[in-house]
Write a protein that binds this ligand. Structure first.
Ligand SMILES: Nc1ncnc2c1ncn2[C@@H]1O[C@H](COP(=O)(O)OP(=O)(O)O)[C@@H](O)[C@H]1O
Ligand SMILES: [Mg+2]
Length: 449
């Protein structure tokens, strides 16, 4: 992508309305713009990050056996009246009346809709387990939308729903999502600790919140410090018994404010980490909370009808973008982890218009793209200082600088954003090094401009 054509409205000044660093940096880096309180436009740079996060979520949810669907954003109220939540949900639900005076709503969550799909199509234990998920926009009319994408009114969520014949099977579905979550956040470069959680308005008896520690987090959280050093499982067989992995991750103390036990915490002494946390995901097992009132029944092996056992599993996809920035930035801007970076390499031409510089950059751009990496080529006629500042701000993992002096010597400066380490490398070595770093990168379709 040529920066001269790319829509990247960066800001020099810090926007005064933004209170936390992720919000400030997303505005300054031209990733988002506010449309109304808690409602945002995603500009191209932000959209690319969001798509990469979605891609990770999708790959890992599919690997864990979940199947993607798309449910409506606008829902009819009848199902919510059936489940009893139409009244309970309160003013966070955006209620809409259509032209025929029917009560509609913009979905804050989809338990009712998915339970309806299930009950209309599945009748026998032979057709379960099933796990359906979507990555879709939700609306919650938060009383205090704040911190940009952290607590928006409209936000992108991955929500999965599992259906099983009994508690034991349902627990396995829960464990599948739990392990999948460990992998998802790890792939995004986030250290997310599962913590015992209150199951909140959805209700239920088994729930974990996945929490990223950050000073700007909305809740206070407590955990054993060893949890922050644990490595996530690789090559998971989701059909195998996952209880050992879940036990390993839940045996050490970790609790959000509501579930915190001061006495247990005190016993941990200096092993206790007390911090602020951002909830990036939550897993719930809620059994027959919806299947009983909504009559989502399946015939068991003996022919008897039983309410299906359910769980729901959310990830705040748009919140993750902000959480990653909270966890990874410095005074100059964002520091993207490779896996979710909007582009992998920023190519800086120091002398646009000089034919050697232009042709070398064009050649490098092509060579790096041929290795499967996304390049943002700064071909603007701007001062070097402006280009460096913008590159630091948008935080691409690699910066490759091309100027007349380097070309004369046959070397290019490659800088790693994260460490600030610069190396002067030959063309071959640059391409080799970038290729080696980019084995697992995700590419955005249609990027050959
Ligand atoms: N207002 C919001 N803005 C951005 N992300 C949100 C918001 N509300 C919830 N999320 C994300 O969606 C995930 C699933 O939502 P859920 O647990 O149902 O919400 P809550 O924790 O607010 O009850 C949360 O873990 C969080 O990451
Ligand atoms: Mg939650």
């Amino acid at each position: 992508m040529r920066l001269s054509r790319f829509f990247l409205p960066t800001l020099k000044e810090t926007p005064s309305e933004a209170q936390i660093v992720s919000h400030r940096l997303m505005l300054r880096a031209g990733m988002i713009r506010q449309h109304a309180a808690g409602i945002y436009n995603w500009l191209p740079l932000g959209t690319r990050v969001l798509k990469k996060i979605e891609h990770i979520v999708r790959e890992e949810q599919n690997a864990a056996g979940a199947q993607e669907v798309i449910m409506p954003t606008i829902q009819a109220s009848e199902l919510w009246k059936e489940s009893g939540r139409y009244e309970d949900y309160g003013p966070e639900m955006l209620r809409i009346t259509d032209r025929h005076q029917r009560d509609m709503l913009y979905g804050p969550t989809h338990e009712e809709v998915v339970t309806d799909i299930f009950r209309n199509n599945i009748r026998s234990y032979r057709d379960i387990p099933k796990n359906l998920y979507q990555i879709h926009w939700k609306f919650r009319d938060e009383i205090r939308p704040r911190f940009g994408l952290m607590r928006g009114r409209e936000f992108l969520m991955k929500d999965a729903y599992s259906f099983d014949i009994n508690y034991e099977r349902s627990k396995h579905a829960y464990n599948q999502m739990f392990v999948s979550y460990l992998r998802i956040f790890d792939r995004m470069g986030l250290k997310a600790v599962p913590m015992k959680a209150d199951s909140g308005p959805i209700g239920g008896d088994l729930s974990h919140e996945f929490i990223v520690l950050a000073d700007t987090g909305e809740s206070s959280v407590f955990c054993h410090k060893a949890l922050l050093e644990m490595s996530v499982p690789k090559n998971v067989d989701y059909d195998s018994n996952l209880q050992d992995i879940v036990d390993e991750w839940t045996s050490l103390y970790a609790a959000t404010d509501e579930k915190h036990d001061v006495n247990v915490g005190a016993k941990l002494g200096s092993d206790l980490v007390s911090a602020r946390g951002i909830e990036v995901g939550q897993t719930f097992h809620f059994g027959s909370k919806y299947s009983v009132p909504m009559k989502a029944l399946v015939a068991g092996p003996g022919g008897e009808e039983v309410p299906v056992q359910m769980g729901s599993y959310g990830i705040g996809v748009s919140r993750c973008v902000a959480a990653i920035i909270e966890a990874s930035h410095d005074e100059n801007g964002i520091v993207w982890p490779d896996s979710v970076a909007p582009f992998n390499v920023g190519l800086i031409n120091l002398k646009v218009g000089e034919s050697d510089c232009d042709s070398t950059c064009a050649m490098l751009e092509k060579a790096i793209k041929a290795e499967g990496l996304d390049v943002l080529y700064d071909d603007r006629e701007e001062r070097a200082g402006v280009k460096f500042k913008d590159m630091e701000l948008i935080g691409l993992p690699w910066q490759l600088v091309v100027g007349p002096k380097g070309i004369a010597k046959g070397v290019f400066e490659l800088k790693r954003r994260e460490t600030g380490i610069r190396e002067e490398l030959s063309l071959d070595m640059v391409v080799k090094k970038l290729a080696a770093s980019g084995k697992h990168v995700i590419r955005i379709a249609g990027d050959d401009i």
